[in-house]
Design a protein around this ligand. Structure first.
Ligand code: PMM
Length: 299
């Protein structure tokens, strides 16, 4: 399968000729890397617009932290956090993604102008999610998920993480298609850091080609995650804090773009916007060199 099939196009969203950049706005007091900073509608909308001016193609708005140990917010609170921010950004013409595990939040966010539903549970947390998204005709991100993180260590045990993630994602894709979401509206995501340790995350990044075989555009969300802290710390050292992992995040963005990812989800947009453009330029140079009528390609 060509790299292009992973990049592909997601029906219902603009088309980019390179890996797209999804900027993150967490409207939460407690997300692990930026919690509390945009916990106010005006500040959150302003931040989303700033991310767009720095090069974000999409802005992902979430009102519930998924960090290990986080307790779930109730539905009313999640709606209060997310909907005004979605509405504010959509009214400015931003392509907004809503990061939620709740069908009711997805439904109201779509009505407020969101263009994409990003569910870290891949439709598992709320049995109504798939039908709500199917009825709306919105595209849907299916992330690999083995349940809420307080569910026990067994969830992070794999014999072969790449094969298992591919198989489990395949099963979720079948479920969302059976639930009526159109195939050209399904995006897959390996769920880095969710029931996975640093070795698992690195193995998945090393084998993004295996995820592309699923035949759907691929989203990679490595931004500031624990595994980057581990890599930067080395065997003995202490991991740098989340906000000092942005250069490492941009490195992953370049690698993911080069491997054919459709989009990368990041907190700090500027460096990643550069990274995906460099990856695109390299891709263009390769295509030119391989073209049958180029002196290089003819050799
Ligand atoms: N990770 C987080 C939140 N949302 N969405 C997708 N599709 N994939 C992810 O890996 C993902 C996500 C957790 O990170 P954050 O708290 O920094 O937003």
């Amino acid at each position: 399968m060509s790299k292009q099939s992973g990049r592909g196009r997601v029906a219902g969203l603009p088309e980019w000729d390179r890996c797209a950049v999804m900027g993150v706005v967490n409207v939460t007091p407690d997300s692990f890397s930026d919690g509390g900073r945009w916990f106010d509608t005006t500040a959150a909308v302003k931040h989303g617009l700033a991310l767009v001016s720095e090069g974000a193609d999409l802005v992902d708005v979430g009102g519930e932290s998924t960090r290990p140990g986080a307790t779930r917010v109730d539905e009313a609170e999640e709606l209060k956090r997310v909907i005004p921010v979605v509405r504010g950004l959509a009214s400015e013409g931003v392509s907004v993604s809503v990061d939620t595990m709740r069908a009711s939040v997805a439904e109201k966010a779509l009505a407020a102008g969101a263009a994409l539903v990003n569910d870290v549970s891949g439709g598992l947390a709320d049995p109504a999610m798939i039908s709500v998204v199917a009825q709306s005709g919105a595209p849907f991100v299916v992330m690999h998920w083995r349940g809420f993180l307080d569910g026990g260590a067994i969830k992070g045990v794999y014999d072969d993480v790449v094969t298992e993630v591919v198989e489990e994602l395949h099963a979720r894709v079948e479920a969302v298609l059976a639930g009526g979401i159109a195939p050209d509206r399904v995006v897959v995501d390996p769920g880095l850091g969710f029931s996975k340790d640093a070795e698992h995350d690195l193995a998945l990044l090393a084998h993004l080609d295996r995820l592309l075989v699923l035949g759907h555009p691929l989203l990679v969300a490595a931004s500031r995650k624990r595994f980057l802290g581990r890599v930067l710390a080395g065997p003995q050292g202490a991991p740098p804090p989340a906000r000092e992992r942005d250069a490492a995040t941009a490195a992953v963005s370049a690698l993911a773009a080069h491997a054919g990812a459709w989009a990368v989800r990041v907190h700090e947009v500027r460096a990643t916007a550069d990274a995906v453009r460099v990856a695109r330029a390299v891709e263009g140079a390769r295509a030119e060199r391989n073209a049958p009528d180029s002196p290089e390609g003819a050799r």
